[in-house]
Design a protein. Sequence first.
Length: 325
Amino acid sequence: MISPTLPAELKAALDGKLVGFSRTDAAQRSQKISTTYRKGGGSGTIKSEADALAYALARMPATYAAVAASLNALTEIVPSLAPGTLLDVGAGPGTASWAAAEAFPSLQDFTLLDANATLSRLALDLARDSTRLAECRYLPGDAGGNLAEVSQADLVIASYIIGELGEADQRKLTEAMWAKARHALVVIEPGTPAGYARILALRQQLIAAGAFVAAPCPHDKPCPLAAPDWCHFSQRLPRSQAHRQIKGAEVPFEDERFIYVALTRTPPDSRAARVLAPPDVGKAEITAKLCTEDGAALTKVPRRDKAAYANARRWRWGDAVIAES
């Protein structure tokens, strides 16, 4: 399991960029970029080095935490996975590549793909002094149209990118990414109903193409949740002083809501139930909402069953667990 906090090398690289950089200016730029993203504008508003750095300072910590949690879930279910090559689709400042480097010591080759030249320059600059990413390749081009020219990779990751495309282009990108994934594909989106819907569509499309779900689902069946419910998870991460200033926040932590799916070419040896919400810990019992092989269910663990109760007290939202009957 890797930490949700930025690796020391990445944090040092970002801190180095902060020298002489106005926090007030960064906060203003970050707010403008965030507003554009919420309206579906994508990364097109990131046009200068200052824009790219403001975006990275504001969003890299939370995006990294979500990718790290998703990769932890994959490695927990498929511990034998040891990719040598990575393709990071819609790489931006390289966040997912940093997380993958931490999660998989086996990775030797990193290819990053993004259409935004400003973000690509920042990504390469941040990676320059990294022991793992210094030799990464950053290819120009949009995620939807340039994958045909890219070689297959053992692991393909797409974080916070498919929402920037229309529905037809999402399906094309999904097909293209799966074609490039030799062993596994991980896709992460914001933990909103819209992000969940995009992940559901991608999941259904690739199961039909022969993929197997490794996480978070314990099955390849249709999602058992019904609207207005939706599947998503939360990862808490600490905020540095600079992060708080740029985000205009006072609390020393942030909760990133996200949804993901990890798919593999071969079926996992086993899959566990998944905790779908924070468990309710009562005096008499613990009640937890689990997604199981047979669907979503409320599991109650009585306090009188001391061993099971002690185990259930350790359950956290998003955990893979063995469901108690």
